[in-house]
Design a protein around this ligand. Sequence first.
Ligand code: SF4
Length: 256
Amino acid sequence: MTNITPYIFKVQRYSIHDGPGIRTTLFFQGCPLACQWCHNPESQAMGQVPEVKNIGELVESLVLEIERDRIFYDESGGGVTFSGGEPLAQPKLLLPLLSACREQEIHTCLDTCGFAPFNIFKAAATAADLVLFDIKIMADQDHQIFTGKPVGQILENLKNFSRQFPHIREKMKLRFPLIPARTDTRDNIRQIIEFITRQTPYRDIHILPFHTSGDGKYERLKMKNKLKHICPPTVEHLEEVRQMFAAKGFNAIIGG
Ligand code: SF4
């Protein structure tokens, strides 16, 4: 297909992560955050915002690409996942794509860090079939240091949409990236459990273990990898964290 940068930096077919079944994942270029553990660091720089006159063509070509694997979606209960980067950072592309997929009856999943203005989040989450929402760090200062942005808007979105908008609440799933020495402190996990318990109806959480698959990219891009010497969590540590959630009544699942 045509060069889709700077809007989408990668299209991955036959993906079995980030949503049910076999999926095509579109990785959007640009993210408001810069998480130290990001395994797609090439996605962080914001692409040029697409010109409105090009959007129709771009959406059409992307939907054609997505439709190529419809047979696999139908057989596996899959569809398309919009990931990134942060898809909500490019609403002029994301929103028409979500509508076009709905028209074609293709299941859509929005994979988001939750850092987005209220109206954009609401419009996209309403149009998507499934929303994967990451909750990372509760302490504002730590969130700022480790992701580059404050946490307030993310928590507000999570709280508001899970409380006030039942049609969005029902399609959201929470995920917690377990990053050694960043998100995995007992204090942070306790605060996350407390926030979810008090402010949302969710009692399911997916724990996503840190992995080092993005390491080579940092070298290639000449970006500083602040987690270079950090190892993925051990099985024992994962289980310990899973039990912290389970002890508070959560159905905690390792993996996405
Ligand atoms: S939110 Fe995701 S894509 Fe954005 S910097 Fe963090 S890990 Fe990378």
